[in-house]
Design a protein around this ligand. Structure first.
Ligand SMILES: [Zn+2]
Length: 330
């Protein structure tokens, strides 16, 4: 998530007396366990492996434009290659036109299997960059690397698992463009660049769906995820209908901090004027280390992350395959 520092420093003070992070494990769901037996959804061990790589100290906090990001981009490219997902453009790397240093979105594509609907597209993404190395007072106990496990190695990992699912089963009627965005932390630069480029190419975009900070469970049972721009479209309602349960909800922080404008969904909304929204489980109370060096792998609840992926995949499938564009702006 791009910088919310002014608002957030107030919140940190307000929250500093709260108890340490307690992550409740997801409740067992017999139906889902049955589904896992027959359909190969994400495995926790794969989530752990990807998250571990993205948060390595040697990536130096994944700052857009640094040479360490070449290695991270190559890893994400490999996810596409290993799963036989071709690039959407000539190469997987989509070089940003609006940033002074070399930076790339990594973009893959799975064509829809329906002769008509495949001309309509959905974009599923997450930003893989973070804020890099810190200086001065921001260094904590000698640690100057902001590993960005929650923000947003967690969302990036989720997208890798969604890629693997649709690559394996190819159940999507509409075409899917998968994007790992760069330079989100520099002001949504990767998504601004790409949304503009796709709009110029007259892409027929149905919706954009973005994962952001899903590494720690919210301390509530009435929803698994909240969505930004809840009131902008019927996406949450449709997702809950497709899920057959209350998966997605509204939290007041979403409007209070204008989170709809704080991540890579936003440029797709402004360019295309279609539903373009972010799901998250960071509610400003369940994680204290936003944009700090302590946003580390060890604090992530990978069982929760796996649950988020496995709950959203079947819903995304229904969203992508609906016979008409059921998700609409209000
Ligand atoms: Zn951020």
């Amino acid at each position: 998530m791009k910088n919310l520092s002014l608002l957030f420093s107030f919140l940190l003070i307000a929250c500093s007396g709260s108890s340490p992070i307690v992550s409740k494990l997801p409740t067992d769901n017999t139906n889902q366990e049955k589904a896992i037996e027959t359909i190969n959804f994400a495995k926790q061990e794969d989530v752990v492996q990807t998250l571990k790589f993205l948060t390595l100290d040697e990536n130096l906090g994944r700052e857009a434009g640094t040479k360490q990001m070449d290695n991270v981009a190559a890893y994400l490219e490999d996810v596409f290659k290993k799963n036989n997902v071709p690039p959407y453009f000539k190469t997987y790397k989509d070089t940003l036109s609006n940033f002074r240093w070399p930076a790339y979105n990594v973009v893959g594509y799975i064509e829809g299997n329906d002769a008509k609907l495949k001309n309509e597209f959905v974009v599923i993404g997450a930003h893989y960059d973070h804020i890099g190395q810190l200086k001065g007072d921001d260094i904590v106990n000698g640690d100057d690397i902001a590993n960005g496990a929650n923000d947003n190695a967690s969302g990036t990992t989720a997208v890798t698992e969604v890629v693997k699912y649709f690559a394996k089963y190819k159940t999507n009627k509409r075409s899917i463009i998968f994007v790992f965005f760069s330079a989100e932390e520099k002001g949504l630069l990767g998504s601004k660049h790409l949304a503009k480029k796709l709009k110029e190419q007259n892409l027929n975009l149905y919706f954009m769906f973005n994962y952001e900070m899903i590494g720690v469970k919210m301390n509530r049972e009435d929803m698994l995820l909240y969505i930004t721009g809840f009131g902008k479209s019927n996406m949450a309602q449709k997702m809950n209908e497709y899920a057959g349960e209350n998966l997605i909800g509204y939290i007041p922080a979403e409007t209070q901090y204008q989170l709809f404008r704080a991540s890579d969904n936003y440029p797709f909304y402004t360019e295309f004027e279609v539903p373009a929204q972010t799901v998250s489980t960071f509610d400003f109370e369940n994680f204290k280390f936003y944009h700090e060096p302590d946003d580390e792998f060890e604090l992530m609840d990978t069982k929760h992350m796996t649950n988020v992926v496995n709950k959203t995949i079947p819903v995304l499938e229904k969203m992508i395959n609906a016979s008409s564009k059921e998700i609409q702006l209000k």
